[in-house]
Design a protein around this ligand. Sequence first.
Ligand code: NAD
Length: 511
Amino acid sequence: MCYYFSVRGTIPLFLHAESNAGRSRWHGQVCQRPSVLIEFIILPTIGYLLTLCDHSAYNRGDPELFDFDGVAMKLCMIGTGYVGLVTGCCFADMGNDVVCVDNNEKKIEHLKKGKIDIFEPGLADLVKRNLAHGRLSFTGDLAQGVENAAIVFIAVGTPANEAGNADTAQVMNVARSIGRAMNGYKIIVTKSTVPVGTTEMVAENIARETKHSFDIVSNPEFLKEGAAVEDFMRPERIVIGSQSGRATEVMKELYAPYTRTGNPILFMDIRSAELSKYAANAQLALRISFMNEMAGLCDRLGADIESVRRAIGADSRIGHKFLFAGVGFGGSCFPKDLSALISTADAAGCPARIVRAVKDVNDRQREVFTDKIRAHFGGNLDGRTIALWGLSFKPNTDDTRDAPAVFIAELLLAGGARVVVFDPAAESNFRALFGDRVRYARASYDALPGADALCLLTEWNEFRNPDFERMKQLMSNPVIFDGRNQYIREELENIGFTYYCIGRPSGEKQT
Ligand code: NAD
């Protein structure tokens, strides 16, 4: 790392850090012609002194751990879930030396053999390739992972607790363990989504356990399940919150391979970085709830939400993305992050009224959908068999956390219906929640024999263009409730289906 002094007749006005120009050396460079004294005596002396400081700062840990040429940085990723495993693998794929830590022994045993327990496109190949090349390893021993790393990422879960606050217990446990395992200077990064102020508490927890110095960074993750590898490799932006110039430089270098196409790496203070993640999720969730609210109006007033969507999306200030009405959002992030943001705002004495409304509309949306089913059957679901296609909260993931299908299945069961389900990837997660309270079909069409209705809840590709004639033959009653507005009403009605969807009524006003 090379530091240039810009001097305008006095002592340095600013420092500029430039990577790849040598390691941990401070240089004095004169931009305008200052006096010979400054150029040849004062600046080299300052440069030499700062070089000593610089060495001591970086070398409080193991000097081998920091490689500022951007390759073979030694990283430790704590938590091998959707975020930790993807992040660890993607860093390893760029040549870094990554050890992934998890306290789930079974998971670690599988990962050591190259087997992954989650469904995420492209991830299995990344794990196998980087294991084979020796850049990626797995352990249950957090201390060992931390000792050998220069940069330690915390990527454990932050679920909502009963009060709706983000439960940061896993993060704080890990922070204390990191503190106990510290054997020199390190950079500690919170990758988990954490409420404002948590990263500072992580630092306090580490500091209580160690005398070694460290820098702390907030680096929230914006990847999407289902496209996580792609998102990590080609991020639209990377957010780095840090007060430390040194840590900022290291993070900049670590992420350099992912920002070459010009997408920005944004530097800010830690609290802004933490809040950015919540604000991003709240904004995306807001678009969905807004469209669901408009869809409810369409149902009442006889308008078509698809036409409305096209009309408003054409406005470049609005854009087309994330404007789909449906059964509402779910997953491991939006619901819990909205709740956490609401709690944070309440605690700050600044209630997040819009965010609360976004959540309320979403919670209600599953009932709106189930009400349509109930109404079709004259208010009585008792003894009806309802097939569900799609259980994960969105396509291309096996994640069923807070998935609309979970709530809808519960409502249908509570109404006395028999539920038959199929999902290309999420069956085992759904089974962990429902056991034998529902029946599991081995293929999409196997869910249909005897069904009084089919609900489409997740728009997996294989559900997009099914053989409707075959479906009609299999079902007891040809009725479809399309929770993702995937099908064309006229086509289905011509075949003889009764078709319901969200915000696209049949032309008559609904009362
Ligand atoms: P996850 O539940 O899939 O994974 C968390 C992992 O951490 C688990 O494997 C668990 O065993 C492990 N763990 C917990 N305590 C541990 C400990 N003491 N030591 C070692 N390992 C431990 O969670 P996730 O979906 O990967 O999310 C992680 C964080 O990232 C959360 O804060 C989440 O909000 C955030 N996030 C998630 C996504 C997403 O799409 N899933 C996207 C962006 C951000």
